[in-house]
Design a protein around this ligand. Structure first.
Ligand SMILES: [Mg+2]
Length: 261
């Protein structure tokens, strides 16, 4: 097998768990780059700004350009840029990454109805009052947009509720079905193609998002068992097995380098 030279690598559960680096990630990325791969990162975690992810990667010994970081916040902003009026009013129940992405697309962030959309993403500031307000704005006519619907989020010591848990609350309270932006939904597929090209490999820890993204792109999938699948048993290793399966990113690198040529 000849492998394409672009890798779209997930972050949570692959490079880190919460604020703890997964051992060997820095060396693994350096080895892949030395072997001629472009390594870029796509996360369904919309909470951070691009610079936050670049800084966090750098702090773990992994240099990255802002252009090498793709987030579901950007995918949500792209979804709205394609379908909403320019400069439209948008309410968000999400982290700073969503504010950054929506502002970059020219949307006006608003606290109250009327709004064209309510964007919901992972946020530790989620609470009852914010839920009530977001549901009110959706009931008043706004579209409900989810940055992603991952049910959980791999943290340092177990699993936290993911954006999907928060989206479900807003969806239930408002009666609206969310439009989803993150992987494996079409806005992310389009964003990955626009940024990274038509050929690559997806590496990730969650078959239902990372594996499905790979399938949607038509790219090989490398599953690491350092996050959701395997150790947490949240998701099983798919059958048929992905092109590559390894305990972690450090141990998937030799497989990729062997299969490269
Ligand atoms: Mg992950």
């Amino acid at each position: 097998m000849t492998l394409p030279r672009v890798i779209c690598c997930d972050l949570d559960g692959v490079i880190w768990r919460g604020d703890e680096p997964i051992p060997g990630g820095d060396v693994a990325v350096a080895q892949l780059r030395a072997a001629g791969f472009r390594v870029a990162f796509m996360t369904n975690n919309s909470s951070g700004r691009v610079a936050d992810y670049v800084d966090k990667l750098a702090g773990m010994g992994i240099p990255a350009d802002p252009d090498d970081v793709i987030t579901s916040a950007q995918a949500a902003a792209a979804l709205l840029a394609d379908t909403a009026s320019p400069g439209a009013r948008v309410h968000m129940l999400a982290g700073p990454g969503v504010a950054e992405a929506l502002t970059a697309e020219g949307f006006e962030l608003v606290a109250d109805a009327p709004a064209e959309a309510v964007v919901v993403g992972f946020s530790r500031d989620f609470d009852f009052d914010r839920l009530a307000r977001a549901a009110d704005i959706v009931r008043a006519g706004a579209r409900l947009v989810a940055t992603n619907t991952d049910p959980t989020y791999p943290a340092a010591h177990g699993l936290l509720p993911g954006a999907g848990s928060l989206v479900a609350a807003v969806s239930t309270a408002s009666g609206a079905t969310p439009e989803v932006a993150g992987k494996p939904a079409p806005p992310t597929v389009a964003l990955v193609r626009a940024r990274l090209g038509n050929e690559g490999i997806v590496i990730g820890d969650r078959p239902s998002t990372d594996g499905a993204l790979a399938a949607a792109l038509g790219w090989p999938f490398g599953l690491v068992l350092s996050g959701i699948a395997g150790t947490q048993n949240e998701e099983a290793i798919p059958d048929p097995r992905p092109a590559f399966v390894a305990a972690d990113i450090a141990s998937i690198v030799p497989q990729l380098i062997t299969a490269r040529d």
